[in-house]
Write a protein that binds this ligand. Structure first.
Ligand code: ZN
Ligand code: FE
Length: 255
């Protein structure tokens, strides 16, 4: 049985996720933007944190941990590469490592680019990947530490997961991402209809995260650097996809 996944909006536009195994009672939190909102959901559901999985060192993904540790004693898991700038870890992991959570395998992927040391957690049995600020709904994280080649390699790994994978990313940036995406991929009908669906969801106050990898592959401009129409539109037909990605990321930075 797939693990239950709950999305918790935090701060102004962050998302944290709870991953729960009903049978064992194990509950993992993916990223800890702030304690209050997370504790509120936990107490409504009657769950206690057994694990916290950290994707990267930015404050809006870790600052809630200390407060949560006052009432929970979770095992804290994060990147070995970032151990010097993450809260103390009980388990330090790297690309290719795996561990068990709620009876399921969790695979660790290095998805550096936004930061160097950013990791994603892939749960093959549940068909979900936690990508935080690497692959995002209709977007990708800004390149604060890594370079375009690094982020393109990270996105390519994520793009190779099964199409029906649920992408649990870190922020509600989707509407703004859509306004940019149409400038890169204006003739994409799937993108147009996704933008309509996003506008409707936001008007009703619903999150646009998680999304499906298949929708990202069809509409996310940062995954579409291999697409001839996108390449043509940015004037780089036949160019190396990593270079096309770099151009698209550059345009987004100044959009
Ligand atoms: Zn970040
Ligand atoms: Fe963030």
């Amino acid at each position: 049985m797939p693990l239950e996944i709950i999305t918790i909006p935090c701060l102004s536009d962050n998302y944290a996720f709870l991953v729960h195994n009903k049978a064992s009672g194990e509950t993992a939190l993916v990223d800890a933007p702030e304690a209050d909102k997370i504790n509120k959901v936990l107490s409504q559901l009657g769950w206690t944190l057994t694990h916290v999985l950290l994707t990267h060192h930015h404050w809006d993904h870790i600052d809630g941990l200390e407060e949560l540790q006052k009432t929970h004693s979770p095992k804290v898991i994060g990147a070995a590469a970032d151990a010097h700038r993450l809260p103390p870890l009980d388990l330090a992991v790297a690309e290719g490592d795996s561990f068990t959570l709620g009876g399921e395998e969790v695979q660790v992927m290095d998805v550096s680019g936004h930061t160097v040391g950013h990791i994603a957690f892939y749960l093959p049995a549940s068909g979900a990947v936690f990508t935080a600020d690497s692959l995002m709904a209709l977007g990708c994280g800004r390149l604060f530490e890594g370079d375009p080649d690094m982020m393109w390699a990270s996105l390519s790994k994520l793009a190779a997961l099964p199409e029906n994978t649920i992408v649990c990313s870190g922020h509600e940036y989707t509407e703004a991402n859509g306004r940019f995406a149409v400038t890169i991929d204006p003739d994409n009908k799937a993108l147009q209809s996704r933008i309509d669906a996003i506008a409707e969801a936001r008007a009703q106050g619903r999150p646009t995260v998680p999304s499906l990898l298949s929708e990202e592959l069809a509409t996310n401009p940062f995954l579409r650097a291999t697409d001839p129409a996108v390449q043509r539109h940015v004037g780089m037909e036949g160019a190396d996809p990593a270079k096309v990605f770099a151009e698209i990321r550059q345009r987004k930075d100044t959009f």
